[in-house]
Design a protein around this ligand. Structure first.
Ligand SMILES: Nc1ncnc2c1ncn2[C@@H]1O[C@H](COP(=O)(O)OP(=O)(O)O)[C@@H](O)[C@H]1O
Ligand SMILES: [Mg+2]
Length: 290
């Protein structure tokens, strides 16, 4: 059996290379040759299918959803699917997809779409959002990771400045879950199981718990309610594996923060000793040879 690990041509940091190497090693341990190819090497060519792909499956560790879709159209089993990756990559789409599934989540407003060369010429929607969500308010770029495009704004002036800095990029506005300030839970899901959990907390006063942002982490035994919520989100979105971030509500009940289709699993390994790469490869094998 052999597979292709699709990665992004233009991301070269160690942080990413390390995850790719772990996946290749995990595959090797299970007798699978996983060849690394970048999204630029597998350039989409329509309507001709590529002749240089020899794989029983594609492990898609990128967000180039058009390429994932193309590979699906060529008939390859792709993990995660292009649709699931697309829903996770866009935080607005994640909340929209889950809104009718009874998933507790922060009240969320999605900024109206505008155009690059125009931006926003009328801020009435922002005024209305300020009135309904109040302050402090969480502003997130729809496409962002590691907490780097997530902001807390404390008044209307800051909100307007932040939105104008984002230009025409899609953003969402969220109720600030104060009971979760500086802490959250990351659960690693593979198939229909939560394989590991960690509690992340910031000690530097930042409201974000991301480890990349200076947050600390410790091993965490998730409650059945947290596990149920994470698994339900993954099922609804159609994910094979994911990292699910949960906030703490006023009674410590879980509230969905976001779902990551290509979650960096090194931190959770350092924290718990659980190697998500092994579980992901076993899961793919199980799916291909039930
Ligand atoms: N509505 C919210 N209320 C309180 N804290 C939040 C809220 N949304 C996000 N956070 C905090 O910000 C962090 C980053 O947000 P998240 O949506 O997970 O974005 P990213 O994809 O950048 O990790 C979360 O881990 C959490 O600690
Ligand atoms: Mg997150």
């Amino acid at each position: 059996m052999n597979g292709i690990l699709v990665v992004n041509e233009f991301l070269h940091s160690n942080k990413f290379n390390e995850i790719h190497a772990w996946l290749v090693t995990a595959a090797k341990k299970q007798g699978i040759e996983l060849q690394v190819r970048t999204n630029a090497e597998l350039l989409i060519d329509i309507p001709i299918g590529r002749k240089d792909i020899n794989a029983d499956f594609i492990l898609f560790w990128d967000k180039d959803v058009k390429l994932a879709y193309y590979l699906e159209q060529l008939g390859y089993p792709v993990f995660n699917s292009s649709k699931a990756i697309g829903i996770c990559d866009d935080k607005a789409l994640t909340h929209l997809t889950l809104m009718n599934a009874g998933i507790p989540m922060p009240r969320t407003r999605i900024a109206p779409m505008t155009f690059d060369n125009i931006g926003y010429t009328n801020y009435d929607f922002l005024m209305e959002t300020a009135k309904s969500l109040g302050f402090p308010m969480v502003v997130k770029e729809s496409f962002g990771s590691f907490g780097q495009q997530v902001y807390l704004v404390s008044d209307y002036g800051e909100l307007a400045r932040r939105v104008s800095q984002c230009g025409a990029k899609p953003v969402i506005f969220q109720e600030f879950i104060r009971s979760s300030e500086g802490r959250d839970v990351r659960l690693q899901v593979v198939g229909d199981r939560v394989i590991a959990g960690m509690y992340r907390y910031s000690e530097n006063g930042d409201f974000r718990a991301n480890v990349t942002n200076g947050g600390r982490m410790k091993q965490y035994e998730p409650t059945p309610e947290q596990c149920g919520l994470a698994l339900q989100c993954c099922r609804e979105i159609g994910l094979d594996f994911a990292g699910v971030d949960l906030l703490f509500g006023g009674k410590e009940e879980p509230i969905l923060c976001e779902v990551n289709s290509n979650a960096h699993f090194k931190n959770i390994f350092d924290c718990t000793g659980v190697n998500a790469a092994d579980a992901i490869i076993s899961y793919i094998l199980m799916r291909l040879i039930p």
